[in-house]
Design a protein around this ligand. Structure first.
Ligand code: ADP
Ligand code: ZN
Ligand code: ZN
Length: 730
């Protein structure tokens, strides 16, 4: 083989042919090659004896990165992504690689090289050394006397060694090999007392036994269990079985903030096992070191956020996706993959079970379970706590203070008196979602987006949550000159402020993406909550997921009704998931929990199923609606999104794309007209979209494979577009 076919992260479809030369190249090798005037990292996807490219135009592989080649499964996962999500393979492969390995100079400084003479060419090398080149002679002697030298030893013998060794290596007289990467640091959690497994409940036992019986083959499982029902205990028991076989478990979690907590729990249970966590918050070097421990098979348990699904795991025995419904498993930039779906692909390719755990599975997953495509195990009771009681506060009949009802204020007061904690949940950050003039109705809007500006901290600034634009607050209405501008509606800051003045001696903590921007600040806050240094928590989504605060007994939900007005057909599903999850925060330990939901529509079916803690009833009714309306999971969608500074460019592009679609679609495909995106302008760009629906996944794939290649043809230069397959947001 003299030619390597290499996929590169460049905006041209590959693969590209390169001459292998003397490099040690395999399929899966990560290599550095010249491309134009740049040097880029690529992955070898094939080897060949010859190329159709003219010989003089074929360039040489510059070097092979000093890591093991990617295994076949990782290559096929990338190929699946490229095909399914309509992405270039080279770009998909670069998503798979840890950032460090995307750099051409990786390993040059961090790696120790070893050199050895190539046996049958030693004589040739010796005679080539001029008699006055004493340094070179010393170097040759050392190589001949010892089995090999590393780069540091060589330089001690002769200062010019690096240059000379490079030359000898190029001539094929000397063999150069990685003597080893710098050792990785383990991320063992220190000081966690070992914990014992509780005696499993009957349901947990059954789940472990049934799922455990399928180890060794591909079976997709849905583990449906209300929050606090002990799903994590089920995972732990399964992990133990898998590790006992010497195999690895991959656990995907939605939130980077949840990983330390889970790592501590896993490590606490299995102090003798190697647990690594992988997420985007790690420094590059650390991430690579951990990736390497997973890739080499050393780590038995690999825990991470969506990107971790790409980690090569040579001894994979089980895949777990916790909170599988969570939208953060969907990547919304670049390669728009869904980590849960890829987890299923991986489990299927390797032939191991995959467990999708949730209290509120996505309707896609749930329908697979009820139609028998997935196996199902249910956990219906909470072993360590009772289900929280859920009540609705009809805000139409109450005096509301900065968004908080009297009923809620009374409940909060009682909670504090008892020395317990409460959480006021509102999924909007900032002070107020909009600044209005009460005289003429003017509202502060972003100049660059079709969106209102959010008022932050009473009067300091106005921020756009779409483009990041920030300006100082105006005190005079630009339309009518009125001086009485007011923030309308509530955000976390306003609720915090209102509660501070109402409960001046209470310790109040606000947790949202503004207050946790600094690295590590969220962990510090969690610590304070655990140490009971907080009475009232005010927070967004960030606090709703998975956290376990034993003293938290009351959850007050504000602003939930917004979702009822949404135009997105998934809004109801998402609201229910959020409410179930945030309710699950109340009463985790021995204290009973209460949930108060403020609403103008206490009779709404979503709220009724929430009160009855009845996911099945809720999901069944939504599925019926989806089926009759022709929405997923009964159809399969893709959205072409386009944006441009000139609105007309965007429209002409989308119309052209729609025209091409009608030429390629068969009757299993429904094409919709181009429409403005829900936020129709962001950062000065107009945005529109085109929805495609198919009656089956294969027909969608077929259609996209024909349509997608046409989308770049006669595109007005100023238009940017992306194709989103299985979008989770409209
Ligand atoms: P989930 O993952 O479903 O939210 P967890 O596994 O975190 O639930 O369990 C919730 C709480 O119940 C934890 O404090 C856990 O230690 C406890 N727990 C789980 N299973 C049992 C059991 N069989 N016996 C006693 N306590 C249990
Ligand atoms: Zn005005
Ligand atoms: Zn903006």
């Amino acid at each position: 083989m003299t030619i390597a076919c290499v996929e590169l992260d460049v905006p041209i479809a590959g693969p590209f042919d390169y001459e292998i030369g003397l490099a040690d190249v395999f399929v899966g090798s990560i290599v550095v090659v010249p491309f134009g005037r740049r040097r880029v990292v690529g992955v070898v996807v094939g080897l060949a004896d010859s190329s159709v490219v003219e010989k003089s135009r074929i360039r040489k592989i510059e070097r092979v990165l000093p890591v093991e080649p990617l295994p076949a499964l990782t290559l096929s996962l990338a190929a699946f992504c490229a095909d399914y999500y309509r992405h270039r393979l080279g770009q998909a492969l670069s998503v798979v690689l840890p950032t460090k390995l995307r750099k051409p100079d990786f390993g040059i400084r961090t790696l120790l090289w070893g050199y050895a003479l190539v046996a049958n060419r030693a004589a040739e090398l010796e005679t080539s050394i001029p008699s006055r080149a004493k340094g070179q002679q010393r170097l040759y002697q050392a190589l001949a006397n010892q089995a090999g030298l590393d780069a540091v030893q060589a330089r001690v013998i002769f200062k010019g060694a690096p240059r000379v060794l490079r030359d000898w290596t190029d001539r094929g007289w000397v063999d150069k090999q990685a003597a080893g990467l710098k050792q990785s640091v383990a991320d063992k959690v220190q000081g966690e007392p070992p914990t014992l497994a509780p005696t499993l409940t009957e349901e947990q036992h059954q789940a472990v036994d049934r799922i455990g019986a399928t180890l060794g083959r591909y079976v997709p499982w849905v583990l449906l269990g209300v929050t606090g029902s002990g799903k994590t205990e089920v995972y732990l028991s399964l992990i133990e079985r898998v590790a006992a076989e010497g195999l690895q478990t991959l656990v995907l979690v939605p939130e980077i903030n949840l990983t330390p907590q889970l790592v501590a729990r896993v490590q606490g249970r299995f102090p003798h096992l190697d647990v690594v966590s992988l997420h985007s918050g790690l420094a590059e070097g650390e991430r690579l070191a951990r990736w390497e421990r997973a890739r080499s098979g050393q780590a038995e348990i690999v825990l991470g956020t969506r990107l971790a699904v790409f980690t090569p795991l040579p001894k994979l025995g089980l895949v777990i996706v916790d909170e599988e419904h969570d939208s953060s498993f969907k990547q919304n930039e670049g390669l728009r993959y869904h980590a849960r779906d890829l987890a299923i692909f991986v489990a299927n390719s390797v032939g191991v079970p995959v467990v999708l755990g949730s209290a509120t599975p996505s309707l896609e997953t749930y329908s697979n379970a009820i139609e028998g495509r997935y196996q199902r195990a249910d956990l219906s009771v909470r072993p360590a706590a009772k289900a929280p009681s859920v009540r609705f506060v009809d805000t139409r009949g109450e005096r509301i203070e900065h968004g908080v009802s009297q009923t809620a204020l009374t409940a909060i007061a009682r909670c504090i008196e008892h020395g317990e904690q409460c959480l006021v949940y509102i999924n909007r950050r900032g002070f107020a979602p909009v600044l209005v003039c009460h005289a003429c109705g003017w509202m502060a809007e972003c100049r660059r987006c079709s969106a209102r500006l959010t008022l932050h901290s009473r009067s300091a600034s106005l921020k756009c949550h779409y483009c990041g634009h920030e300006e100082s607050v105006t005190h005079t209405c630009p339309e009518c000159g009125n001086q009485d501008l007011r923030g309308l509606g509530q955000g976390t800051q306003r609720v915090e402020e209102a509660l501070c003045s109402r409960f001046p001696s209470a310790r109040i903590l606000r947790v949202d993406s503004d207050s946790t921007r600094r690295r590590g600040s969220f962990a510090a806050m969690r610590e304070r909550i655990h140490l009971e240094k907080v009475d009232i928590l005010v927070g967004t989504q960030m606090l709703a997921k998975g956290h376990d605060f034993p003293k938290l007994t009351l959850v007050v939900v504000l602003g939930a009704d917004h979702a009822l007005y949404s135009s997105d057909f998934r809004a109801g599903e998402r609201l229910f998931q959020q409410l179930m999850q945030v309710s699950g925060r109340a009463g985790r330990a021995d204290l009973p929990g209460h949930v108060l939901v403020q609403t103008e529509f206490p009779q709404h079916p979503i709220y009724a199923s929430l009160a009855g803690n009845d996911f099945a009833a809720f999901a069944d009714s939504l599925l019926k609606e989806r089926r009759s309306a022709g929405f997923p999971p009964y159809v399969f969608q893709a959205i072409l999104r386009a944006e441009a500074h000139r609105e007309s460019d965007m429209w002409s592009y989308l119309k052209g794309a729609a025209h091409k679609a009608s030429g390629t679609a068969d009757n299993s495909i429904t094409l919709y007209d181009p429409v403005p995106s829900p936020v129709s302008r962001i950062a000065g760009r107009f945005r529109g979209q085109l929805l495609i629906q198919a009656s089956s996944r294969p027909s969608l794939r077929r259609f996209l494979s024909r349509w997608h290649p046409l989308l770049e043809e006669d595109r007005p230069g100023a238009v940017r577009w992306v194709l989103d397959v299985d979008p989770v947001e409209l």
